[in-house]
Design a protein around this ligand. Structure first.
Ligand code: SAM
Length: 455
């Protein structure tokens, strides 16, 4: 029976596995293309860009939208450029760099206005990256096996948990960091070592983490494997680096965190310089992955904090203390709070190295330890918060509200979580003054920004 004229047409919901021909209209947060199937049903298309006509296979279906992955590009969008790197870590490389910046700027605006229902703030123009390629100081590679049995080292193929796409030259890493990966791979091939099979959980080699002190030139190489035999002296002789580590793990999941780590050669840390600070970074501590742009980010934070020399400052999610120590010479006292003990130890060492005596660091979960810090150190005048992508839970925002800082500097790597957090703070009496996006991650959909809220 035909539907009555007054009702909109019912959107046909494609089945999982079905292949659709779609014209991509725009980009969603996180970088998937947005298209509409006949009838208006929304399909998020991984690997699709505005203007593209694609064939895409549906792999997930919900009531109001589906997720699909491009299986063939029938007609590229007008605005696109040829990709430079065969690199799943650089999905936005087909967009001109200026277009990448425009989209990031629009997405920050959209998140704040639509998700956070915020207005009356100044959105500064996005700050472009200094380097569009070879900007990462840390890369995590995965081992895999080619069809002919050759050992490979690269990245997961888009959308695949078990297939590894080999890489010869990773254009997001420096030349020396690439060289270290090649040396490890050549050694492992010569030794006949097998990659870990993600389906059967057999095999040995899992991941390779290469970190680089961009200003010191030091490389820290960490091999992650299942339990097994490794000729550690031969490996140490084959790889030129400042520190070589070996992590063995029984984990089934793909992770480079945890397990048991041994130092095979050199030292387990690298040195980095950022602004006026000399920093030590341990192998598993978080550090901003784009050193040059972190310097730009930290200058924005200094500007946003507007310190006059007497203030009590909190740095929540303080990592190795780099924000706290940048602010310390301009503040009365600074208190950093961070979950990972190794990073807190780095922060304490970094304060010593830089002869900073008004900064203290605490190991703890912000959710539980923030109230305790307020009791111990007193309320902050300025609070800097730099959480992981998930942002702050409503409960943590309530703890921040109770701490009652006059000024909040929110450093965010995800505008869709910044928006509701800022909205909660605005509802509690703060004003969102200014937001400045910074491009720390060219060729990817990731967006960083600094927001200033005042009371
Ligand atoms: C985005 S990083 C920021 C690091 C630092 N501010 C910087 O600029 O290098 C987030 C940090 O939060 C830490 N972290 C994650 N969850 C946490 C929690 N619940 N409590 C405290 N720290 C946490 C992570 O270990 C990481 O160091």
């Amino acid at each position: 029976m035909a539907a009555p004229m007054s009702q909109p047409p019912v959107a046909a919901r494609p089945a999982v596995g079905e292949e659709l021909t779609l014209r991509v209209e725009s980009l969603a947060f996180g970088g998937a293309g947005v298209a509409r199937a006949p009838g208006g049903y929304v399909v998020f298309v991984e690997g699709g860009f505005p203007g593209d006509l694609v064939r895409a296979r549906v792999h997930q279906r919900k009531r109001s939208y589906a997720q699909a992955r491009v299986s063939a590009l029938l007609e590229p969008g007008l605005d696109q450029v040829a990709p430079l790197a065969d690199h799943p870590g650089a999905p936005w490389q087909v967009l001109r760099y200026e277009r990448q910046l425009e989209i990031k700027q629009e997405q920050v605006d959209d998140a704040l206005r639509r998700i956070g229902k915020l207005d009356g703030f100044t959105l500064e123009p996005i700050i472009a990256a200094q380097q569009q390629w070879r900007y990462r100081n840390k890369l995590e590679y995965s081992f895999g096996t080619a069809e002919d049995g050759t050992l490979q080292c690269g990245f997961h193929a888009p959308g695949s948990w078990e297939r590894i796409q080999h890489i010869e030259d990773c254009l997001l890493a420096s030349e020396p960091a690439n060289q270290a990966r090649r040396e490890v791979l050549e050694f492992c091939r010569a030794q006949g070592l097998a990659a870990f099979d993600r389906r059967t959980h057999e095999g040995f080699l899992r991941n390779l983490v290469v970190r680089e002190g961009r200003r010191s030139g030091q490389l820290l190489v960490r091999l992650v494997s299942s339990r097994g035999e490794l000729d550690v002296d031969a490996l140490a002789g084959a790889v030129s680096c400042h520190g070589l580590l070996w992590t063995h793990t029984d984990a089934r999941a793909e992770t480079t965190v945890g397990g048991r780590t041994e130092l095979l050669a050199g030292v387990p840390t690298i040195d980095e310089r950022i602004g006026e600070l000399e920093l030590r970074i341990s192998s598993e501590a978080f550090f901003q992955t784009n050193t040059e742009m972190a310097e730009v980010l930290y200058r924005l934070i200094v500007d946003a904090a507007q310190l006059r020399g007497w203030e009590r400052v909190y740095d929540l999610y303080s990592g190795i203390g780099s924000i706290a120590l940048t602010l310390a010479p301009r503040a009365g006292t600074v208190h950093g709070l961070e979950l990972i003990e190794e990073a807190v130890a780095d922060a304490i060492e970094n304060a010593d190295r830089n002869e900073i005596t008004n900064a203290s660091f605490y190991a703890g979960d912000v959710r539980l330890a923030l109230g305790e810090l307020v009791n111990r150190a007193g309320r902050p005048d300025v609070l800097v918060v730099d959480p992981p992508r998930a942002g702050l839970s409503q409960k943590i925002v309530r703890r921040v509200i109770e701490a009652a800082p006059k000024r909040i500097v929110y450093v965010s790597c995800n505008p869709t979580t910044l928006a509701p957090n800022a909205a909660q703070l605005v509802a509690a009496g703060w004003r969102l003054e200014r937001v400045t996006p910074v491009d720390m991650f060219p060729q990817t959909p990731h967006i960083e920004c600094v927001a200033v809220l005042t009371r």
